[in-house]
Write a protein that binds this ligand. Structure first.
Ligand code: ATP
Ligand code: MG
Length: 144
């Protein structure tokens, strides 16, 4: 059965552009419950750990510099089939290829500064939610 939660990060460019409100509104309008939420600044170590699968990619250094360049909003989003549903709402990694109405089409600057992150599997959603939030910081509609 598909999972009910995913982790999103509203990235520094979108936070700087004051898109936090509009992006959260879009998330809510698409039926997601916000189960955890905070505004933080990632350390270099946190960003490197979070994106460690991309360590060998040509864009890794630039991505880490960008992700640590300002505040980010991290949130746990809940909905049936949350990972796939949120990836659909985010749109393609490259905003030029993102569908009309998606978060990245509306708010991304380019393929790196692409407004939001979303988990890519239930397994990674679990890891990423635990990366940012203690149990006491979560307010799930699903867990009892
Ligand atoms: P995310 O993991 O942020 O939800 P994604 O799963 O769509 O996005 P990934 O392939 O996991 O994309 O890449 C992680 C992040 O690295 C992207 O969101 C983007 O910020 C950056 N990135 C990916 N590809 C490129 C690229 N070709 N050039 C520059 N940055 C890139
Ligand atoms: Mg990814």
């Amino acid at each position: 059965m598909a999972g009910t939660k995913t982790l999103t990060i509203i990235k520094p460019g979108a936070v700087r552009n004051e898109y936090v409100g509009p992006i959260l509104a879009k998330i809510n309008a698409n039926g997601f419950h916000i189960a955890a939420l905070k505004l933080i600044r990632l350390t270099k170590e946190q960003a490197e750990r979070f994106y460690s699968v991309h360590r060998e990619k040509h864009f890794f250094r630039s991505l880490i510099n960008f992700m640590t360049s300002g505040q980010v909003v991290v949130a746990i989003l809940e909905k049936e089939n949350a990972v796939a549903e949120y990836r659909k709402l985010m749109g393609a990694t490259d905003p030029l290829k993102a569908e009309k109405g998606t978060i990245r089409k509306l708010f991304a600057e380019n393929i790196e500064r692409n407004a939001v992150h979303g988990s890519d599997s239930d397994e990674n959603a679990e890891i990423e939610c635990n990366f940012f939030f203690a149990r006491s910081e979560r307010f799930s509609n699903f867990d009892t």
